[in-house]
Ligand binder design. Structure first.
Ligand SMILES: Nc1nc2c(ncn2[C@@H]2O[C@H](COP(=O)(O)OP(=O)(O)O)[C@@H](O)[C@H]2O)c(=O)[nH]1
Ligand SMILES: [Mg+2]
Length: 421
C-alpha cells in the first residue's frame, strides 16, 4: 500500500510585498508534485530571521501542535534553512523538516531521465548537502526511525564531507564530458546557419505542447514528440527538433526545463549547460499560462531566470496560452504577443505564421537564371528552397524563389536583374 505523506507548509514573509500567498500556492503545487498531501499552511510575517529556527519560537510551538493534531509527517519551509535551523526545528517539532530547495531538488531527482540531467541534479544535491551536514544527518536518522539519536561524531562528519567532495569531483568530470560532446553537436548546428528558436516559460505553461505542434507540421517529423503532462517539471531534459516546413525552409526548435520562482541557485548553476541552448537562440518564444491567476508574476519569474542564466537581448514572442480556460479579459503587457490556445489548431497556425514571418524576414524573393548545363543546381534548389515559379528561356531555367541572405550571396551570379519595365 502506498502511504501518502502529509505535510504542514510554513512560510515566513520577510518582504511583506503581498506575494506570500502566491509563493505558498506555488509551494503547495511543488509539494503535490512530490506526491505529498498538504494538510495545513502556516504563514508568519517577520522582520528578522532568527538564527535558531528562522521564525519565532512561539510560532514553532504552534506548528508543533498542528503537526500533532493533523498527524503530519513532514514540515516544509518555503524559506531556505541552514543545517542547524533544520536540526533545531526537528528537535522541537519532533518531525522531519525540509525546505523548498530540497523539495525542488527532490522533484528534479525523480524526474531526471537522461544521464546529463541525473548528473546535474546529483551535483546540485551535494552542493545543498555540504554546508548542512550536521542538520541533515539528524533528519536522515529520524527518517529511518532512529528517534533520539543525536548527530554523528565530528570525525564521522569529516569523513562524510570528504566522501561527498570526492563524489562531486567524479560526477562533475562525467558531466563535463557530456557537456563537451553536446557543445560539438551545437557547433555543427551553428555552422549550418540554421535559425534557432528556444521555447521558454514557467513550468506547465504549454512549452512542450508547442514543440509537439511544431514537430507535427511536417510528415518527416512524426514520432519525435516529447512528453507533455499536467504537472510541474514534467520534463527536465532539453529536446531539440529540426523542423522542415513545406516551403523547404528549416529551423531548429528547443524545448527546455520550465521555471518556477526561487529556483535553487545551485540547480541553475548545474543546469547551465542545458540552458545554454537558450542563450544561443535567434528567437525566443515565451509561453504563458493565462489560466494561472498569477501569470504576470510567472512572466517576471521567467524573465528574471533568463537574466540569471545570462540570456542576451534576443527577440521574444509572448504566447498568452490556455485562453480556452479563462473567462476574464487579459491585457498583455509584453510585446509582441499572441493570445491563443495551443490545443486549438487555429491558435497553433497563428503562432506558426508569426514565427515564420519573423525568423525568415531576411529572405528575399528573387529570380535566378540557371543554364541548362547546371540541371543539378535546379534540382538542389527545388529540394532546399521555396520555389514560387519555374519557367524556361532560351538560356536556361528561370527560378523565382525565396533565398536567405546567405544563399543570395552564394547565387549572386545567377540573379536576373529586373530592368525598368
Ligand atoms: N486547456 C488547455 N490546456 C493546455 C493548453 N496548452 C497546454 N495545455 C495542457 O497543459 C499541460 C502542460 O503542458 P506542457 O506542454 O507539458 O507544459 P510545459 O511544462 O510548459 O512543457 C498539459 O496537460 C497540456 O495538455 C491550452 O491551450 N489549453
Ligand atoms: Mg515540458
Amino acid at each position: 500500500m502506498i502511504t501518502i505523506l502529509k505535510a504542514v507548509l510554513v512560510g515566513a514573509d520577510l518582504s511583506n510585498d503581498g506575494m506570500i500567498n502566491y509563493y505558498m500556492k506555488e509551494l503547495e503545487n511543488l509539494t503535490r508534485a512530490s506526491n505529498i498531501e498538504v494538510v495545513y499552511t502556516v504563514t508568519q510575517s517577520i522582520h528578522k530571521i532568527t538564527s535558531a529556527f528562522y521564525i519565532g519560537s512561539g510560532k514553532v510551538e504552534e506548528i508543533k501542535q498542528f503537526v500533532i493534531n493533523l498527524d503530519a509527517d513532514i514540515v516544509i519551509f518555503n524559506n531556505e534553512l541552514s543545517g542547524s535551523q533544520i536540526r533545531n526545528l526537528e528537535n522541537l517539532i519532533d518531525c522531519r523538516v525540509i525546505d523548498r530547495t530540497l523539495l525542488i531538488l527532490d522533484i528534479f531527482a525523480t524526474r531526471a531521465k537522461t544521464k546529463e540531467a541525473m548528473l546535474q541534479v546529483e551535483i546540485a544535491q551535494l552542493d545543498y548537502m555540504l554546508p548542512r551536514l550536521t542538520g541533515l544527518r539528524t533528519s536522515l536518522n529520524r527518517q529511518q526511525g532512529g528517534i533520539g539519536s543525536r548527530g554523528p561524531g565530528e570525525k564521522k562528519l569529516e569523513l562524510d564531507r570528504r566522501r561527498i567532495l570526492s563524489d562531486r569531483t567524479r560526477l562533475k568530470q562525467e558531466l563535463d564530458e557530456i557537456v563537451k560532446s553536446r557543445k560539438v553537436q551545437r557547433k555543427n548546428r551553428n555552422r549550418s546557419n540554421i535559425k534557432k528558436i528556444a521555447i521558454v516559460g514557467y513550468t506547465n505553461a504549454g512549452k512542450s505542447t508547442l514543440l509537439n505542434a511544431f514537430v507535427n507540421i511536417s510528415e518527416e517529423n512524426k514520432n519525435k514528440e516529447v512528453f507533455t503532462h499536467n504537472m510541474l517539471f514534467a520534463t527536465l531534459e532539453t529536446a531539440t527538433r529540426h523542423i522542415q516546413l513545406n516551403s523547404n525552409k528549416e529551423f531548429v526548435v528547443t524545448d527546455t526545463v520550465g521555471f518556477v520562482s526561487n529556483l535553487p541557485h545551485n540547480l541553475i548553476e548545474s543546469f547551465k549547460s542545458t540552458l545554454e541552448e537558450i542563450t544561443e537562440a535567434d528567437f525566443l518564444i515565451h509561453v504563458v499560462d493565462t489560466s494561472n491567476k498569477y501569470y504576470e508574476k510567472q512572466i517576471e519569474v521567467t524573465q528574471e531566470t533568463l537574466k540569471e542564466i545570462g540570456v542576451p537581448e534576443i527577440p521574444v514572442l509572448y504566447i498568452y496560452n490556455k485562453y480556452d480556460l479563462i473567462d476574464y479579459e487579459i491585457e498583455p503587457k509584453n510585446f509582441p504577443y499572441i493570445i491563443v490556445s495551443l490545443l486549438d489548431t487555429k491558435g497553433v497556425s497563428q503562432v506558426f505564421n508569426f514565427v515564420e514571418k519573423e525568423i525568415f524576414k531576411d529572405y528575399e524573393k528573387v529570380k535566378l537564371l540557371i543554364p541548362f548545363t547546371e540541371g543539378d543546381l535546379v534540382s538542389f534548389l527545388n529540394q532546399n528552397a521555396n520555389i514560387i515559379n519555374q519557367d524556361y528561356s532560351n538560356e536556361g531555367t528561370i527560378l523565382e524563389l525565396e533565398l536567405s541572405q546567405l544563399q543570395l550571396a552564394k547565387y549572386i551570379n545567377y540573379i536576373v536583374k529586373e530592368g525598368p519595365k
